[in-house]
Ligand binder design. Structure first.
Ligand code: BES
Ligand code: MN
Length: 488
């Protein structure tokens, strides 16, 4: 049907028919089952990190492009060095507010496959939850805003609102192509604010509006010792073992209180505001709950912060992978030639990725023992992001009116639709482009948390709660209506 619309070259009479068809399409779109759409989306295995999934990436991209085009948006697909970016626009008068709606069509790998109750790319509903890779990160939550916006456009075909959908395919690999794209498309991406759902909420009835994301940088560290694996009987005691050196080096990066032991690491960290601590407390994520949920008998305590506060207000350094030497069955008596570790740092607003990255490199170089050579390979990175809602002690005096209006509209929509006030909380996770949009265009983001800790992000049996999903659509619809100045 859309195809017909776009290629039509007929008479005026036929044009009327087409227009009827078009409004029919809006109707169709509104009536389209948004849950079915997410299911269909999940069926395209779009794993951005693995080149075996090219077809799935293409399928997911095509699916989302066609869906957006069916909502009456003009869709363009921009090639990038890795995975193309989809931009869908509804232009309008310059005086109309402009919303940039963000989502990512790529997903994390699904392995280990044997732990899935139903296959990852065959969506299945069990107990009002939709299961499948990408259900929560980010295919379901992205659909919340597509459906919310489509519903509003169907009701108000002349809606005084400019909308740009920015749907990328590299979020899960650190959005390496985004900086160049942003530079090239600056003008079109300049919106009053960004609307997205790629963050968490405490539960299905305790919804968060997210006020911060941690920044991130990742690196590989490799230590090389002797030019080949050595017989440990012949050389044990004589040469530095790269695994032992690596462990020493890694262990030096934290102090005994759990803080990161890199000079200057905390210099630019700003203490959370009192209201931010209160909001985190409202989440009621107790240490006991966390221990039970994670099946661990102890948590980390960094002085002055509860464990849940630490994930949201403090930077961290983690070891994501480690290897070297013999990994097979039984034993092998060697001194390995090399050892490696994968590290990442999460940073909080006001910390500079570049500064901390350099500090870490310098520290690693200084502490690397003689007898092994150090090699550092940087991976991807992205800045932290923070925004202050209106009516807080530290709200910037020059906060744009459109952003404040959108915050307030979302706040009251959440109260009405979910039955309780939202929590305003920072997150520990990262969405690299959100900080870039702020840095380059000075555009802030309004983030509605649409997954919970039941959603199993990046893990087997990922899922989204369908009741929350449907209510989310209503919140998105009402928020956009308020921004456009029409009744919802
Ligand atoms: N949706 C997550 C970000 C997120 C996770 C926000 C948890 C809040 C809580 C996003 O898709 C993601 O996984 N981001 C990666 C980015 C990285 C690969 C650059 C992350 O945070 O690890
Ligand atoms: Mn993710």
């Amino acid at each position: 049907m859309f195809y017909l619309c776009r290629t039509f070259q007929g008479s005026v009479k036929d044009l009327f028919f087409i227009l009827e068809l078009r409004s029919g399409l809006y109707y169709f779109f509104n009536m389209f089952d948004s849950v079915d759409a997410v299911k269909e989306f999940i069926r395209h295995p779009s794993v951005s990190t693995d080149s075996n999934f090219k077809e799935g990436m293409h399928g997911a991209r095509t699916f989302i492009s066609e869906l957006l085009s069916s909502a009456g948006l003009e869709v363009e697909v921009f090639e990038t060095p890795k995975h193309p970016i989809v931009l869908a626009t509804r232009n309008g008068d310059e005086s109309w507010p402009h919303v940039l709606i963000y989502g990512h069509y790529d997903v994390q790998p699904a392995d280990p496959l044997n732990l899935w109750q139903s296959p990852p790319y065959e969506p299945e509903i069990r107990d009002s939850r939709l299961y499948g890779r990408g259900a929560a990160d980010n295919k379901g939550p992205m659909m919340v805003h597509i459906a919310g916006c489509a519903k509003l456009l169907e009701q108000y075909p002349d809606l005084p609102l400019r909308v740009t959908f920015l749907i990328e395919g590299e979020e899960e690999i650190g959005s390496p192509s985004f900086a160049d794209f942003l530079e090239a498309q600056k003008e079109r991406l300049k919106a009053d604010f960004v609307l997205l759902s790629d963050t968490s909420s405490r539960s299905e009835d305790a919804i968060s509006i997210t006020t911060g994301l941690r920044g991130i940088f990742c690196l590989d560290v490799k230590l090389t010792g002797p030019n080949s694996d050595l017989h440990s009987g012949l050389y044990g005691g004589a040469v530095v073992n790269p695994i032992a050196a690596l462990f020493d080096l890694c262990a030096s990066l934290h102090d005994k209180d759990g803080f990161v032991n890199i000079p200057g690491f905390y210099d630019d960290v700003i203490l959370p505001e009192e209201w931010e601590r209160d909001e985190v407390a409202r989440l009621n994520i107790t240490d006991d709950y966390l221990k039970k949920f994670l099946n661990v008998d102890a948590l980390m305590y960094q002085k002055g912060y509860t464990p849940v506060e630490a994930t949201r207000f403090l930077p961290t350094l983690e070891f994501n992978g480690v290897g070297g030497g013999y990994q097979g069955e039984g034993s092998k008596t060697i001194i390995p030639s090399e050892a490696f570790a994968k590290l990442s740092c999460r940073l909080v607003p006001n910390q500079s990725v570049e500064k901390i990255c350099n500090q870490l490199y310098k520290t690693l170089q200084e502490r690397c023992p003689a007898g092994v050579k150090l090699e550092i390979v940087p991976e991807h990175s992205g800045p932290a992001y923070g925004v202050v809602p209106p009516d807080r002690p530290n709200t910037p005096a020059d906060q744009p009116e459109a952003l404040a209006k959108a915050f307030r509209a979302m706040d009251s929509a959440i109260l009405d639709v979910f039955g309780s006030k939202p929590c305003y909380t920072r997150e520990g996770g990262s969405v690299p482009i959100i900080g870039d949009l702020k840095r380059v265009l000075n555009v802030d983001s309004l983030m509605l948390g649409m997954f919970t800790d039941k959603s199993n992000l990046h893990a087997p049996n990922e899922s989204i709660d369908l009741e929350m999903f449907r209510k989310g659509i209503e919140v998105s619809y009402r928020t956009l209506a308020a921004v456009a100045g029409v009744d919802a």
